[in-house]
Design a protein around this ligand. Structure first.
Ligand code: HT7
Ligand code: ZN
Length: 889
């Protein structure tokens, strides 16, 4: 496929103003009639009209009602000699939705019709200028068999419906908002809906609907509540109201991603809609809340103001992720629960975005080029993009950011714009702010890939009562950019007294008095020095609080300082960070030949956290969880032996299990939430801690041959009143390889045989289980190979395919990376098999070997060979080819 470059952007030669679409829906042959009104872009010289198409069977082309001369060139429908003024173009084609296994365009799932048009799916429905800067008003008529497809949905408002001959019926929808083709959607299926009328602040009434299959209606309450909460939040926090009379969410079980924000007709993966206490874990409930919010927030950030071109994807995705993260924090409530959400987001960033930014797919938040745009729905565009927006908000303050958003919509409502336009609006609304003063330098976050490294060194001068903090930043230049320029880094910090951990007042040398105990420094040069005066006691610095910028921080703090932070920091994020750093230092030291035994100081500190009288249970659970094997590998940076990292980390886990045995028992017995199931952050945190305690107790017992705790876990698994409890107990048994794991898994499968999303969990749990050490090593991988043959397993359904393949290849390094290369062979086979029918899914799976260069031998050579084997195939999609080619470069 050709390389598409950002610098080559050109405005479209024609504008499509209105679209009148009609669908005669049939799984084998759907007729699409597309009548467009089109105008030439008068600002450009006269050119051919080139409409995008893919896998379409073209039957007729008419201009102004007359048959037209046309040609099809490289999939494009090309017309010349068109009228100079506005004209109508009618294109007829047929498509075969039941053969569409890519799940892009119009496809069938569970006996219904669904669409997915982002990024370039509309061209698989009809010929079009399939680019986000061409915005049109759509009217859509759907015709289908009334019995098989009783529900016919489109964007906007229902303007007509009725019966037709032959048992068919129709519905006509009109969306008054001009939109790009990627936001088009239709659904025709046998569905039922939960409905709720709400009145927004302005007094307008809106109808909210969640459509699912008949048996799933009892699992829609949480999605509906999340939607209502999202509507309320966006109006309260940003003054952004719901602009539609009707807002629909439809759940579908075959879907390539999480969900899609089509105007007024969001289409969701069932995974992010359906939840009941019996079938969904706390994590599922939290994910549903955040994905429902995310798609709803797109209604403004993405739909009302959209992207000029796909290089600007982070304009809508980074901003909308920032908004959903803030929403979830606000929903969590108290400060410590907010910090827990922040920690979870940062863990996600480090687990997925950091490796991406250091590997062959590294790209700036605003990429410069691509071959397959679907490959750029990445952690960098989404999660790092959200961090960039967060830094802007930090630099201008919460109210300043809200003002910036208002200006952004005043300027750009109804337009397709760029990341520059967004940054400019936030800066212009905040004249004199650090952002406005340094806007050009700040925008390097959009153009430079890689995670900057910040080194911090502090020195206390007791005689002068000063504390000098020296900050330096470095980073690797991008390909094609010889020098990396300094980033603008908001650096939140405070100082704690080293003796009792109390917060010290902060006053820089040129300031008249202290400014409180917390502040945001701005690092904008390669090196900067900050001198704090009137520092009465030796301080411990608390740096990069709340993770105020997406950088690697090397502060080289001694254990004593980290222990002070862990015990006393008012910033809960940095308490967690200090605990992680203590654990990481020990893991890295052990990997480099140091002690494999945890020291008393560390264990006592962990006990102190676990037994702490006031700390949030969720925070305790996070502190007591060691950094992941992926994070350790990335820290190591080279010659990674996944089996060794696994053995050491498992060894540490077992020591924590044994040394804190009484404390885990205490936690298990006293920390559970009281009352019936509620997915709120507090109760979920308590369940998470209790589940961790149980896992540790079963781990310890299994290692020592004791059967009491496995027995208790099995009993809890059987008696559980919620999926969180049940799955927690099952996880404890499976991860410890307890004998009772097998009967528990069997029972779980039998209990939930008809619940596809729960069976996905069943696969995922087994594929993500820690590989046993010693004799049983390899059992988890073997189990995955067996499960790939299980009658319930299929690669055709993306959730099911991911449930087995992703936990193994992305989350379970020791099971995947094997000295005999069997993991890589399995991976290559699956990539090739999936690529033949669903390139988007295949290319995601292909990313699992991105970091092969980090590996030690023999893994490295074997991994390269497997990638080369995939790359050598003559028949490969553009999506997967781009990934494997870049990987080998
Ligand atoms: N904006 C949506 C992106 C999306 C997507 C992209 C490529 C292929 C399939 C897709 N399904 C949804 C999701 C979101 O970020 O909200
Ligand atoms: Zn999004």
């Amino acid at each position: 496929a050709p390389i598409i470059r950002r610098e080559d952007y050109q405005a479209p030669a024609y504008w499509i103003r209105t679209v009148d679409l009609s669908f005669d829906l049939d799984p084998a042959k759907t007729l699409v009639i597309n009548k467009m009104t089109i105008e030439r872009n008068a600002e450009l010289p006269v050119q051919s009209l080139r409409l995008d198409g893919e896998d379409l069977n073209l039957t007729r082309v008419m201009v102004n009602g007359e048959p037209a001369t046309f040609r099809v060139e490289n999939d494009q429908l090309v017309l010349d000699a068109l009228p100079d003024g506005p004209f109508t173009l009618e294109v007829r084609n047929t498509i075969a939705p039941e053969k569409n296994l890519q799940l892009s365009g119009l496809y069938t799932s569970g006996g219904g019709f669904f669409t997915q048009c982002e990024a370039q799916g509309f061209r698989r429905i009809s010929y079009f200028l399939d680019r986000p800067d061409v915005m049109a008003v759509y009217t859509v008529t759907l015709r289908a068999d009334a019995e098989k497809y009783p529900v016919l949905l489109g964007n906007g408002n229902l303007v007509a419906q009725g019966e037709l001959d032959g048992g068919r019926h129709f519905a006509k929808w009109h969306d008054p908002f001009p939109k790009p083709s990627y936001l088009f959607a239709l659904v025709a299926a046998k569905l039922v809906s939960r409905e709720q009328k709400i009145v927004s602040r302005s007094g307008k009434e809106h109808l909210l609907q969640v459509y699912v299959r008949a048996g799933d209606l009892d699992k829609t309450e949480h999605a509906m509540n999340s939607l209502i909460a999202s509507v309320v939040w966006d109006e309260a926090r940003f003054g952004l109201p719901l602009d539609l009379e009707r807002f629909m969410i439809v759940a579908v079980s075959d879907f390539n991603m999480g969900a899609m924000e089509n105007k007024g007709l969001n289409i969701f993966n069932t995974k992010f809609v359906l939840a009941s206490p019996a079938t969904a874990t706390d994590a599922d409930f939290a994910n549903i809340e955040s994905v429902v919010a995310h798609e709803y927030f797109h209604n403004w950030t993405g739909n009302r103001v959209t992207c000029r071109d796909w290089f600007q994807l982070s304009l809508k995705e980074g901003l909308t992720v920032y908004r959903d993260q803030e929403f979830s924090q606000d929903m969590a409530g108290e400060a410590s629960a907010r910090a827990v959400k922040r920690i979870e987001d940062v863990r996600q960033l480090r687990q997925f975005q950091f490796p991406e930014d250091a590997g062959p797919m590294a790209h700036p938040v605003r990429p410069e080029q691509y071959q397959a745009i679907d490959n750029f729905y990445t952690a960098t565009v989404y999660e790092k993009g959200a961090e960039v927006v967060r830094m802007m908000a930090t630099l201008v303050g919460r109210r300043g950011f809200a003002k910036g958003m208002t200006l952004y919509f005043q300027r750009h409502d109804g337009q397709a714009v760029t990341c520059d336009d967004f940054a400019q609006a936030i800066a212009d609304a905040n004249p004199g702010s650090e952002l406005a003063e340094r806007l050009d330098a700040f925008k390097r976050w959009y153009s430079q890939a890689g995670t900057p490294q910040v080194t911090a060194r502090g020195a206390y001068d007791a005689a002068a009562r000063t504390y000098t903090l020296e900050l330096a930043q470095t980073g690797t230049p991008n390909p094609g950019q010889p020098h990396r320029l300094p980033s603008v880094i908001p650096f939140a910090m405070g100082l704690l007294a080293s003796d009792d951990g109390s917060a010290l007042p902060l006053q820089l040398a040129d300031e008249p008095g202290d400014t409180g105990t917390h502040r945001v420094l701005v690092l904008a040069e390669a090196e900067q020095r900050f001198v704090f005066v009137n520092v009465d006691r030796e301080p411990v610095p608390s740096l990069l609080r709340g993770y105020s910028a997406p950088v690697h921080l090397d502060a080289a703090l001694a254990d004593t300082a980290l222990l002070t932070l862990l015990q006393h920091d008012s910033d809960a994020f940095n308490r967690w960070e200090a605990g992680q750093q203590l654990a990481l230092n020990r893991l890295l030291a052990a990997l480099r030949g140091g002690s494999t035994q945890l020291d008393a100081a560390f264990i006592d500190a962990m006990r102190g956290v676990l037994r702490h009288p006031t700390l949030d249970a969720a925070l305790k659970e996070l502190v007591l969880t060691l950094p992941s094997e992926t994070v350790v590998a990335e820290e190591l940076g080279a010659e990674v032996d996944p089996a060794r990292i696994h053995a050491l980390r498992e060894g540490f886990r077992l020591q924590l299990a044994q040394a804190l045995r009484d404390d885990w028992v205490w936690a298990f017995e006293t920390q559970a939430p009281i009352g019936g199931y509620s997915p709120d952050a507090r109760a979920a945190g308590q369940r998470a801690l209790v589940n961790l305690a149980l896992s540790m107790l079963v781990l310890d017992a299994t290692a020592s041959g004791d059967t009491v705790w496995p027995g208790r876990a099995y009993q809890r698994f059987k008696d559980a009143t919620s999926m969180s409890e049940r799955f927690g107990a099952l996880t404890a048994l499976v991860n410890a390889h307890a004998e009772l794991a097998a009967p528990a898994l069997e029972r779980f499968h039998a209990l939930f045989a008809d619940e596809a999303l729960v069976i996905d969990k069943w696969f995922a749990l087994q594929a993500g289980a820690p590989e046993p050490l010693g004799e049983g090593a390899g059992a988890v991988f073997e189990r995955v190979r067996t499960l790939a043959q299980h009658p319930d397993f299929t690669l055709r359904n993306p959730n099911r395919a991911r449930s087995l393949l992703m936990p193994l290849t992305l989350m379970n390094p020791a099971a995947f990376h094997r000295a005999d290369a069997a993991g890589y062979v399995f991976w290559a086979d699956k990539v090739v098999e999936v690529d033949a029918f669903n390139p988007q899914l295949a290319s995601r799976l292909a990313r699992s070997l991105d970091r092969w260069r980090l590996l030690a031998e023999p893994y490295r050579s074997a991994a390269r060979e497997a990638i080369a084997r995939v790359a050598a195939r003559a028949e490969l999609s553009d999506d997967t080819r781009e990934i494997v080619t870049r990987s080998l470069q």
